[in-house]
Design a protein around this ligand. Structure first.
Ligand code: SF4
Length: 158
């Protein structure tokens, strides 16, 4: 998997102070996409084990307390990304059980394949659906167009 940007401290992509990873690769080609440079799976930089370790360390940081991890892009559920993203969310669940995970995807929740569904079963909030320029509304929070849905899942934190 490749990624474009990693923000160690972020307050604009999800609730609270967070770590945010923007991955490479998106096949939705939404008209008006704000992030076209992320579409190619080979754009950006290689996501390394060192960066995965850094994300875990940042989530555990007690000086700047993070509420959780946000995964955006590009599309974290792109077929080229799902193996790495599954590993990452499993690790966050295992090593940082008190942190939440938010994810943005252009796929619809009801259309996900088995591995995408497995990933979504491990996260807390999914904002799904393509960006529809005609349904753009600047007043929306955490989403760009009104067709997109914010799904909040109840996870067993035990
Ligand atoms: S899903 Fe997001 S990144 Fe992909 S084309 Fe649509 S707006 Fe752009």
């Amino acid at each position: 998997m490749n990624y474009h940007k990693y923000h160690q401290v972020d307050v604009v992509n999800g609730e609270g102070t967070r770590c945010t990873l923007f991955v490479s690769g998106c096949e939705h080609q939404c008209k008006g996409c704000y992030n076209q440079s992320t579409w190619r799976v080979d754009s950006g930089h290689l996501f390394t084990h060192e960066l995965e370790d850094q994300i875990i360390a940042d989530l555990k940081d007690t000086r700047i307390k993070r509420r959780g991890l946000s995964l955006s892009g590009g599309d974290p559920l792109h077929p080229a990304n799902v193996d790495t993203i599954l590993k990452l969310v499993m690790r966050v669940r295992r090593e940082c059980p008190d942190k939440d995970i938010w994810m943005w995807t252009g796929y619809k929740l009801e259309d996900l394949n088995p591995i995408q569904t497995e990933i979504v079963g491990l996260i807390d909030v999914l904002i799904d659906g393509k960006f529809e320029q005609d349904l753009y509304d600047a007043n929306l929070i955490w989403r760009g167009s009104s067709n997109q849905i914010i799904h909040r899942f109840t996870r067993d934190h035990s």
